[in-house]
Design a protein around this ligand. Sequence first.
Ligand SMILES: [Zn+2]
Length: 422
Amino acid sequence: MISVNLVYEYHKFAGELLSWFFSIPNHEQCWLGRRMKKYNFGIFCILILWAGTIAWAEQIQYGIVDDANDKKTLLLRDYRPKPMLHTEVHLVQRPKFPVIDVHNHVNDAMGIDSERLPPAKVVEIMDHCGVQTICILTGMWGEQLQQVIDRMVKPFPGRFMVFTQLDWSKVNDPNFSQLMIRQIRESVKRGARGLKVLKDLGLEVRDSSGKLLPVDNARLDPIWEECGRLGIPVAIHSGDPEAFFQPVNETNEQYEELVGQPTWQFSDHQKFPRLPEILAAQKHIFLKHPHTTFIALHMASWPENLDYVAELLRRCPNVAVEFGARQAELGRQPRRARRFFLEFQDRILFGTDYTVSEEMYRNHFRWLETGDENFEHWDYPSLGRWMIYGLELPDLVLEKIYRRNAERIFKGFRGTSSGGGQ
Ligand SMILES: [Zn+2]
């Protein structure tokens, strides 16, 4: 393009000069005319060359652009491209069926959610966007648990549930299992309706020799059994996204998330087990305790590998999964995810793991209910610089995922009457 333009401009300019030169009237009459006639050909050649040089210089502009360097240093975190795609947008104000969010930390005992909301405000948000019940998973135990129950559960019947946790500070006590069984029974008496196990089991909790306690450590077996006896689910989070176990460099798809959260980096395999190793231990306890119901949080911690999760669910009928903070992962593989949701429609629970807000819930409803394309997941861009696609689930499946599956699990509660309360 440049060379064609150049030739064209050059000829145009040279042509104009030529016609000017021959239009000078009566060369003999003036000094300039006489000189021109004398050096006719030489002047003409110089003019043509000069015109060519100007045309050339005007066409190729490789000079320095003042703000070029500023443009080159746009940081990844500032890059928010707006899709120019024209797509249908179906915002879902309220879900088709009332929702139970089984994975939340709102006003919990640990302060996982940095933002504390007035309890009545939380209920108002829930009412506005069709959320019937929220499970507060990190309720701890003892007095701290009691505070969550008094602040959130008791004043709003049916709107909140709370789970208890294990006290890992006692892990090296020879009676750890018995201590925890007693603690769980006491928590259930106070009102807890499940046990939550954070990812620190398998990645952080160490025995007295300093070794990481594997998820399937035999000392924990009586605890899982007790939960089965009480009829409370064990909501367990083991491992983390696959990319958290990879080196943090330009090839890591969770680069932005990991540079912001250095404690989530588990790529040093001298210090941490690999993800499949952790998940094998998790599967081991699912198989070993078939009378205990497990909620494998974050899509059994491997939504990047739904074939694995499918196989896990086929082998372990006592396991359900929930998708808290994994919407991005599922939303980027809508066809595989939809097949998965249809096949395991009785085994998937609605969970978010995000700070409660109307927009957050509506973003999830849009993802589950509509076939909208190429929109931002709730954690964009942190949990992935990609867009998601709606699953357009049938009503029957939606109702199960929104609430029926969770209701069925919580109906299994046998309470302390089965001997657990003694
Ligand atoms: Zn969580």
